[in-house]
Design a binder for this molecule. Structure first.
Ligand SMILES: Cc1cc2nc3c(=O)[nH]c(=O)nc-3n(C[C@H](O)[C@H](O)[C@H](O)COP(=O)(O)OP(=O)(O)OC[C@H]3O[C@@H](n4cnc5c(N)ncnc54)[C@H](O)[C@@H]3O)c2cc1C
Length: 387
């Protein structure tokens, strides 16, 4: 596996163990069927509890049955899972960073006891409902509303493009509390079997096909007061979750690029044209040299993010830079890898085209490339250019 600057030499024995376990999981449980799942547009749901058993969900949380590993271990895990498929990493990212993280950071003790062990074991599945049909890049414009009634809240609205929603037991729904002054955004834990909740799947995706995506419809859904996340108010709630998830993406997407690179390297050595392997042509060597350098740059960014996060110095803007850079890097690397495989490169027999298609989603979700550009622009100039 490409690790050109030997970054993995610095991994601790625990981090190495997590890497090896995740790599074995991907080789044995993901790789054999992922092409078929991608073609069929299905997610291998049987892997949900297996990933739970292996401790792949929110492993940085300490307590509630979770191991409390370091940030670099988490990053390495995401990298290995996404080398399998972005859909597998997305499942783990959403469950861990977008569902368990807010419950842990902002939930009541009762909410933590109820959900964290079950989600951690993969016995329950969660989703994160922020995006709405009319509000994607600007989630602060959300229209989903929560209105107080005698024993809690009544929720109305709709969310779309929600990873895992059709297979979820609980949704973290972000809505405006219209009964409070200035209608702040608040987080609600909504069990998906409540009356008035619908979670229709979105089927016609050409990217992230081995992942379940759906809507969340909320039609006069009653939730008790104890389902509100008590310790956060305003856009800080969902945005802080996104920073966690984008950290995982910055690491994960390097795995997708690395896997595409390895497929191209192997193919170039095996495939013969004009009387010998195509790897002997300078153009193909240049492709490999460019890809390896780009991936190594991405790895360096990811490792540095983990160091900053570990010492409490990580800013959301750092994560924006790494997400933006690494996803664009993966977009270029997977395309070149696909090209190097010629006609075979457009099939599901090889990983590059599948990764390339998945990258289009990763480029768009968790803040589009453009939005992260604007985040950096604002940080560098002090002038916001969003509107
Ligand atoms: C497979 C998949 C899974 C997803 N999972 C989830 C999930 O689990 N939970 C969730 O809440 N959301 C999820 N999303 C939604 C995702 O976060 C949104 O698609 C994303 O935020 C972009 O919103 P949009 O699609 O409405 O695009 P829009 O916001 O309409 O953007 C359209 C285009 O306009 C550009 N644009 C927008 N504003 C500006 C600006 N100010 N300046 C310049 N250009 C701009 C964008 O960059 C983009 O190119 C998922 C999306 C996909 C595709």
């Amino acid at each position: 596996m490409l690790d050109y600057l030997e970054l993995e030499a610095d991994l601790t024995p625990e981090e190495r163990m997590i890497r090896d376990e995740a790599r074995r999981f991907v080789e044995e449980e993901v790789e054999p069927d992922i092409g078929d799942h991608f073609e069929a547009g299905t997610f291998p749901e049987e892997l949900v509890p297996k990933m739970g058993e292996l401790g792949f969900y929110a492993p940085t949380i300490d307590g509630y049955g979770l191991p409390g590993v370091g940030e670099r271990a988490y990053g390495v895990l995401m990298q290995e899972l996404e080398a399998g498929d972005s859909g597998i990493r997305s499942m783990a990212s959403v469950q861990g960073a977008l569902v368990m993280y807010p419950i842990h950071a902002y939930g009541s003790e009762e909410q933590k006891e109820r959900w964290l062990p079950a989600l951690g074991r993969g016995e329950a599945v969660g989703c994160f409902g922020l995006t709405e049909p009319e509000h994607g890049s600007n989630p602060a414009g959300m229209e989903t509303r929560a209105e107080r009634d005698a024993d809690g809240y009544v929720l109305n609205g709709s969310k779309t493009w929600i990873t895992n929603s059709p297979i979820s037991d609980v949704a973290v729904v972000w809505a405006r509390d219209v009964s409070a002054e200035e209608s702040p955004v608040r987080g609600f834990l909504v069990e998906t079997d409540r009356d008035g909740v619908t979670t229709n799947p979105i089927h016609d995706k050409l990217s992230m096909r081995a992942s379940v995506t759906g809507e969340i419809g909320l039609n006069d859904v009653r939730v008790p007061e104890e389902n509100v996340l008590p310790n956060v108010e305003g856009m800080k709630g969902p945005l802080s979750c996104l920073t966690q998830a984008r950290f995982g993406i910055s690491w994960g997407i390097v795995g997708a690029a690395r896997d595409a690179f390895e497929a191209a390297r192997e193919y170039a050595k095996d495939r013969e044209q004009f009387g010998g392997p195509i790897a002997r042509f300078q153009i193909q060597q240049q492709n490999l040299a460019e890809m390896a350098t780009k991936i190594t740059n991405g790895q360096l960014m990811a490792y540095r993010l983990a160091e900053l996060k570990e010492c409490g110095e990580l800013r959301p803007q750092h994560v924006s830079m790494a997400k933006r850079h690494n996803v664009e890097m993966a977009r270029e690397v997977t395309r070149t890898a696909r090209e190097m495989l010629g006609g075979n490169g457009i099939t599901t027999d090889y990983s590059p085209m599948r990764h390339l298609a998945n990258v289009e989603t990763v480029y768009t979700y968790e803040g589009t490339h453009d939005i992260h550009t604007l985040v950096l622009g604002e940080d560098l100039t002090g002038i916001a250019a969003f509107e």
